[in-house]
Ligand binder design. Structure first.
Ligand SMILES: NC(=O)c1ccc[n+]([C@@H]2O[C@H](COP(=O)([O-])OP(=O)(O)OC[C@H]3O[C@@H](n4cnc5c(N)ncnc54)[C@H](OP(=O)(O)O)[C@@H]3O)[C@@H](O)[C@H]2O)c1
Length: 326
């Protein structure tokens, strides 16, 4: 009798485990982001939780940064919009006022070149003078790359690190002391699925985005006791102007080719919405991508040997097609 009882309990447990795993697999199959972010979109804190916070966004003049500005404006955040093109930032500011409850004085347009590290402290002072606080810094500005590995000039590797890594570090280091001296803050870093999986034709870009994970995972652990939160956002292919301004293998050259509207990429708006949910819920790291890129990212994280074998077997052509949204 006792044996029968314990085998019944075991059977029930097994059914529960199988059911749980099936539900998770089903959720993953229909998802466009990782499971923790998916839970956050349903059960987590809404973007409205960020209302009143001062959020500084770099790369706000186009693409994901522009649409993230609209999401945060709609939620009632006070915004600092930075990039090099002031006219584009003014356009985004106007649109923010349409999509949200903000008055013109709630949005500061602050032109900034991420590569000019010596301006970052003054820019931080300007924001602090204007708003008195910086709650969230979103390091979003960046450029991608299309280049054959062995043809890539070392100069290009350096350019990529200067913009996508050192620029991010420099601005964060300018803002961090203020966050630590007040009651804490939140540093958000725009990485990429290419910061998790080494993909072809973007050696320098992958290297730079991978590096961000090392630097900012370290800050997350170190900053915990100082109430510093760190979120790494990792989108897959998303519609934006990023390809046009992409670096190539030659120093100073732009790829110059625009995305085609029929490419299989996530909309900029959806990526911005999911990024905003991740920020509101202070998630450590999120993956935002359509399948099969999302599935490949999971495979790479949890079964790296299989994913590396698959990537070699798939061949460069197939992986390139996936990256280009085909
Ligand atoms: N689109 C994708 O498929 C994708 C996927 C994964 C990750 N990401 C990441 O998402 C971020 C935004 O890219 P996006 O797709 O939105 O591309 P985008 O439309 O080209 O936006 C890039 C932004 O970065 C700014 N920027 C570039 N160089 C700068 C500099 N030196 N100083 C200040 N701002 C600079 C640009 O503004 P100005 O030209 O006005 O300076 C622009 O606002 C990047 O970090 C990228 O790596 C994109």
């Amino acid at each position: 009798m006792e044996n029968l009882d314990s085998s019944c309990v075991l059977c029930t447990l097994l059914v529960i485990v199988i059911l749980y795993i099936s539900v998770q697999i089903f959720r993953l199959l229909v998802a466009d982001c990782d499971l923790s972010l998916q839970w956050a979109t349903r059960l987590g804190r809404g973007i409205g939780r960020l209302r009143g916070k001062v959020v500084w966004i770099t790369g706000a003049s186009s693409g994901i940064g522009e649409h993230l500005s609209y999401e945060l404006a709609a939620a009632g955040c006070r915004l600092v919009l930075s990039a090099r093109r002031k006219d584009e930032l003014e356009r985004v500011k106007k649109q923010c006022q349409v999509s949200g409850p903000l008055k013109p004085e709630d949005i500061l347009v602050l032109p900034l070149d991420v590569l000019k590290y010596n301006t970052h402290s003054d820019a931080t002072e300007t924001v602090l003078k204007y708003f008195g606080q910086i709650d969230v810094l979103v390091n979003n500005a960046g450029r991608t790359q299309r280049a054959v590995w062995e043809e890539t000039d070392l100069e290009v590797d350096r350019d990529m690190l200067d913009l996508n890594v050192l620029g991010v570090l420099s601005l964060t280091k300018a803002v961090l002391p203020h966050m630590i001296n007040t009651s804490g803050g939140h540093v958000v870093v725009m990485s990429s699925v290419a910061g998790k999986v080494g993909v072809p034709m973007s050696g320098s870009y992958c290297g730079a985005k991978f590096a961000l994970h090392g630097w900012f995972d370290s800050l997350r652990s170190e900053g915990y006791e100082k109430n510093i939160k760190v979120t790494l956002l990792c989108p897959g292919p998303v519609f934006s102007g990023i390809l046009k301004a992409a670096m190539t293998s030659k120093h100073g050259e732009n790829y110059g080719i625009d995305m085609k509207s029929d490419e299989k990429r996530m909309s900029t708006r959806r990526c911005a919405y999911l990024s905003a949910v991740a920020i509101a819920n202070e998630l450590d790291e999120v993956w935002i991508a359509l399948h099969p890129v999302l599935g490949l990212t999971y495979l790479h994280q949890y079964m790296p040997a299989i994913s590396k074998w698959l990537m070699k077997g798939f061949g460069m052509k197939k992986i390139k097609e996936l990256r280009e949204g085909r």
